[in-house]
Ligand binder design. Structure first.
Ligand code: CMP
Length: 143
């Protein structure tokens, strides 16, 4: 069983797409084990996006991700990292396959609705930035 960190970004929250996005992962059969609507501080944004520090889009990214509430989540399931990234689609909406979240709802790399961890190591790192361990629920799917 694998876990991942997903976050509906300020554009997704403001466009009323939390339910649509969460629904796609629910219908896929993945399991939501933690969530919260929150405003990210600059400090938290810099921790989360540390690997992009120094890149041309870094300041724009930090400004955007702190510009309004985000919906942070932890999901679990077999191969949840690869599955959620497939459902999300490529970073650039022009390259995202039809039927993916970014293809269906985004038109721009800077406003691409959702972040998903890209590796198991980053998933655990990002989960640790946004959630305390006692905020993550453990339960079995019974159906
Ligand atoms: P995300 O998956 O949250 O990870 C880093 C974010 O930086 C990415 O989604 C995009 O929203 C944003 N970004 C802006 N420009 C670029 C770029 N040229 N390459 C990668 N990410 C970019």
């Amino acid at each position: 069983m694998e876990r991942t960190f997903l976050m509906v970004k300020p554009d997704g929250v403001q466009r009323g797409l939390i339910g649509e996005i969460v629904g796609r992962f629910e219908r896929k059969g993945l399991q939501l084990v933690a969530s919260k609507l929150m405003q990210i501080s600059r400090e938290t944004a810099e921790l989360h996006y540390a690997e992009h520090h120094g890149k041309p889009f870094y300041e724009r990214l930090i400004t955007f991700i702190t510009s309004g509430p985000v919906f942070a989540m932890v999901w679990q399931g077999d191969n949840v990292i690869a599955l959620t990234r497939a459902l999300i689609g490529k970073t650039d909406a022009l390259e995202a396959l039809p039927g993916t979240i970014r293809s269906d709802y985004a038109i721009h790399t800077n406003f691409n609705l959702i972040h998903g961890s890209d590796s198991a190591a980053n998933a655990e790192r990002e989960i640790g930035i946004f959630f305390e361990s006692d905020q993550i629920i453990t339960y079995e799917h019974t159906i």
